[in-house]
Design a protein around this ligand. Structure first.
Ligand code: B12
Length: 304
């Protein structure tokens, strides 16, 4: 085993111990042509305006096409995934996407990664969600799973209820390039289950129609009425239906429902802005402004 491989094995062990059961690494140089293919998909997605009002996705186009603009010393990416609780959050009349149950993953993942990488004898940059980084592309190229028709990264054992993190480094870890085979086969359940037909073709999502986008990202009124199937924030329908999520490897993620996620219809309707702000303070829901939460509530309850 070379020193580089040994270094990665040590890193992987520490990451696994820090609650990242899926870890991979990929040298950029060796996959650059494949990476460009992903980049071109991204460009075409933006060209078709599928990002809607998420202007930051357009602003970050060049950085996504050329990851060296994000981290000039880039030699390889270490990619991690952390499963979150698979239990449904609420019932079908009023519910939240599963990833909202628990603490905000952005800060937790970043600080857990920082704990492992701090003190390294090499340069690195930690990216969780908010950097101009094609996280699913990196995860797939690092062998963590394949990109499903619902556009989510699916791991054959853990399914897709996963948070991803990418760490750019100036090291080569000399890992074998071993992408996972795509096991979606002929299945198109995710396309069929989506009530807004947001997955316009396999692997192609028009975010403007996606309930997750409408309830979390879109500000103000919607261009038309949508059946959001009771989701107050986020949406999991295209994951719930996926056969790889019915029996994922058990992981220590089962939890009760976090108290900031409220379901009582009357209380929700009566909630004031001050109460709402107090309820969601410090959580991932702060992203959803009060007026937009009320919009989501009315849509979920099918009230004018
Ligand atoms: C913008 C965004 C959204 C948007 C747009 C979603 C979308 N599908 O693009 C909205 C608000 C709708 C959204 C929703 C959700 N999101 Co989101 N989102 C992002 C974000 C910030 C950027 C994604 C992006 O670049 N989209 C643009 C499209 C074109 O890129 P893409 O779908 O990733 O596809 C790329 C590759 O996958 C590849 N590709 C895709 N298919 C194929 C097929 C082939 C053959 C090839 C070669 C390549 C390829 O090409 C594309 C360009 O590189 C990422 C974090 C990040 N920085 O990457 C999180 C992220 C993708 N989201 C995440 C999550 C958890 C969700 C939700 C499940 C949350 C929820 N429950 O409501 C939903 C899922 C909806 C869905 N079906 O995608 C996780 C996904 C984890 C996973 N297992 O994949 C991420 C990675 C955040 C994280 N750090 O964990 N999200």
């Amino acid at each position: 085993m070379t020193n580089a491989q040994k270094k990665f094995d040590d890193l992987k062990l520490r990451l696994t111990e820090n609650n990242f059961p899926l870890v991979g690494a990929v040298d950029y140089e060796s996959i650059a042509p494949l990476y460009s293919e992903h980049g071109e998909r991204y460009r075409s997605w933006i060209d078709r305006s599928f990002h809607g009002d998420m202007a930051y996705l357009q602003r970050g186009l060049e950085r996504r096409l050329d990851p060296k603009l994000v981290f000039p010393e880039l030699q390889s990416a270490v990619v991690v995934a952390r499963p979150y609780a698979v239990q449904q959050v609420g019932d079908t009349s009023l519910r939240y996407a599963r990833y909202l149950n628990g603490e905000d993953y952005h800060e937790r993942m970043k600080s857990d990664l920082e704990d492992v990488f701090r003190g390294s004898d090499f340069k690195y940059k930690i990216c969780v969600d908010t950097s101009a980084v094609l996280e699913r592309t990196w995860a797939a190229l690092a062998g963590l799973g394949w990109i499903g028709k619902n556009t989510l990264l699916i791991n054959p054992q853990y399914g897709s209820y996963l948070f991803l993190g990418v760490v750019f480094t100036d090291q080569k870890f000399e890992q074998k390039f071993e992408p996972k085979k795509d096991f979606c086969g002929n299945c198109e359940r995710c396309l069929k289950v989506c009530p807004t037909q947001a997955i316009v073709a396999p692997h192609d999502l028009d975010a403007r129609k996606c309930i997750s986008y409408l309830t979390l990202e879109k500000r103000g009124s919607w261009d038309q009425e949508y059946d959001t199937k009771g989701f107050l924030a986020g949406c999991d329908l295209c994951q719930e239906i996926c056969p790889y999520n019915t029996k994922p490897v058990r992981y220590n993620t089962e939890t009760g429902t976090t108290s900031y996620l409220m379901f009582d219809e009357e209380k929700l309707l009566a909630e004031t802005e001050t109460e709402y702000r107090q309820r969601v303070k410090g959580t991932a829901l702060t992203r959803v402004k009060f007026a937009d939460f009320k919009r989501n509530l009315k849509a979920a309850l099918k009230r004018p």
